[in-house]
Design a protein around this ligand. Structure first.
Ligand code: NDP
Ligand code: GDR
Length: 377
């Protein structure tokens, strides 16, 4: 979907240089706001892109090279730039581990807003690949901040920056957690996010950059990666319902999380960058449920008993767990005027409904012999 040619296309579109005032026609349309999203192919990237396109933005996304296409969450938004002048979402190759690629795209695109959503975002995996996780999540954020600072300083163009912080940064600090709660990270991922948080604060204080940290609690959707616990559960419910699976292997069921809907949370990211002053905000539903409660809701919704299907497997326990997260998002509600629209039960139903439809389509392929029923997400 992205092409290395896109650099030229984007460059010629945005680097036209100033027009002489006499040559400006009376009704020049206002320049669209330009957003640059790192991590556009992820769950949040796809919802944020939809949201910003709806606000009239030109959206550019940085994607990394993969041997398989990694743009499935964006396919419904894609317009081939070769076939249409209407494409308002464009994709470019870059990587948070490659500073030169980040600086190049910030220079070429001159964005108004940069959203850093890119990360190795799986907590358990961060124990397996800690060095890589730190490089992308912590140093990668520093690389992008520095690209924004140095490009903005050279061009004189102000750029607003959003950093995707996480409730995992609170770790073992007891709930409710707010902006003033202490960070006590419990994984390489969380420690790297704490570093990225402080890099962002430092660039704000040192250089006056309009940089915000969103401290977002867990947010889910039908587009959630399939190895996060909520989606793993709803995928299994769908597959069990249509007869493609019988067991679901899970780890710690007693951990409690504050689960919201990703579509609601991207609005809060945008709102942070529309304020007069930059700041840091907790974004949460302020309600907490255990993994077991999620299981009860998801299996119960389709008339199944989770105890008939769930098997505890110690491989899914983490070396250090975050036991209980519950946000206090009163600052975001007061200052940003934000609040979540989708509650816990509605979120579970939305995810189960879509995963039943997905499992039905999967079953057609299994019955036709195209895929193996044993393949589990
Ligand atoms: P996802 O894992 O779905 O998406 C992560 C994105 O980062 C993907 O686009 C991925 O690309 C990209 N990425 C990974 N490594 C690199 C790299 N080296 N260079 C460039 N891009 C890279 O995460 P979410 O959408 O759920 O989360 C978005 C952000 O918010 C993440 O930073 C996450 O840590 C953070 N966060 C998420 C929360 C949640 O509950 N969802 C809560 C709090 C914070 P690819 O598609 O190629 O893998
Ligand atoms: P989390 O999400 O670690 O909170 O990070 P995840 O869904 O992975 O785990 C939530 C809780 O469920 C328990 N659990 C399992 N988790 C997974 N993935 N697989 C299992 O089989 C399983 N069984 C039990 C976990 O131990 C944990 O307690 C997410 C990510 O999106 C981060 O990027 C983000 O920063 C935080 O949310 C906020």
């Amino acid at each position: 979907m992205a092409s290395s040619d896109s650099a030229g296309a984007a460059g010629s579109e945005f680097n036209n240089g100033p027009l002489a005032s006499s040559s400006i026609p009376a009704a020049v349309p206002e320049r669209r706001k330009v957003a640059l999203i790192a991590g556009i192919t992820g769950q949040d990237g796809s919802y944020l892109t939809e949201f910003l396109l709806g606000k009239g933005y030109e959206v550019h996304g940085l994607i990394r090279r993969s041997s398989n296409f990694n743009t499935a969450r964006l396919d419904h938004l894609y317009v081939d730039p070769h076939n249409s002048s209407k494409a308002r979402m464009k994709l470019h190759y870059a990587d948070l581990s490659d500073a030169s690629s980040l600086r190049r795209w910030v220079d070429v695109l001159l964005p108004d807003e940069v959203y850093n959503l890119a990360a190795q975002s799986h907590v358990a995996v961060s124990f397996e690949i800690p060095d890589y996780t730190a490089d992308v999540v912590a140093t990668g954020s520093l690389r992008l901040l520095e690209a924004v600072r140095s490009s903005s300083s050279s061009s004189g163009k102000p750029i607003r920056y959003y950093q995707a912080g996480s409730s995992e940064m609170f770790g073992s600090t007891p709930p409710p957690q707010s902006e003033s709660s202490a960070f006590h990270p419990r994984s390489p991922y969380a420690a790297a996010k704490v570093a990225a948080h402080w890099y962002t604060v430092n660039y704000r204080e040192a250089y006056g950059l309009f940089a915000c940290n969103g401290i977002l609690f867990n947010h889910e959707s039908p587009r959630r990666g399939e190895n996060f616990v909520t989606r793993k559960i709803t995928r299994a419910v769908g597959r069990i319902r249509v007869g493609l699976q019988t067991k679901l292997f899970l780890g710690n069921l007693s951990a409690a999380r504050d689960w919201g809907f990703a579509g609601d949370y991207v609005e809060a990211m945008w709102l942070m960058l529309q304020q007069d002053e930059p700041g840091d905000y907790v974004v949460a539903t302020d309600e907490s449920h255990t993994v077991q409660e999620f299981l009860e809701a998801a299996f119960g919704y389709v008339g199944l008993d989770w105890k008939d299907h769930v098997v505890i497997d110690k491989r899914y326990f983490r070396p250090a767990e975050v036991d209980s997260l519950k946000g206090d998002s009163s600052k975001a509600r007061k200052v940003l005027g934000w609040k979540p629209k989708v509650g816990f039960q509605e979120l579970v139903k939305m995810m189960v409904d879509q995963d039943i439809e997905l499992a039905k389509r999967e079953k057609v392929l299994v019955d036709a012999g195209y895929i193996d029923a044993q393949q589990q997400p």
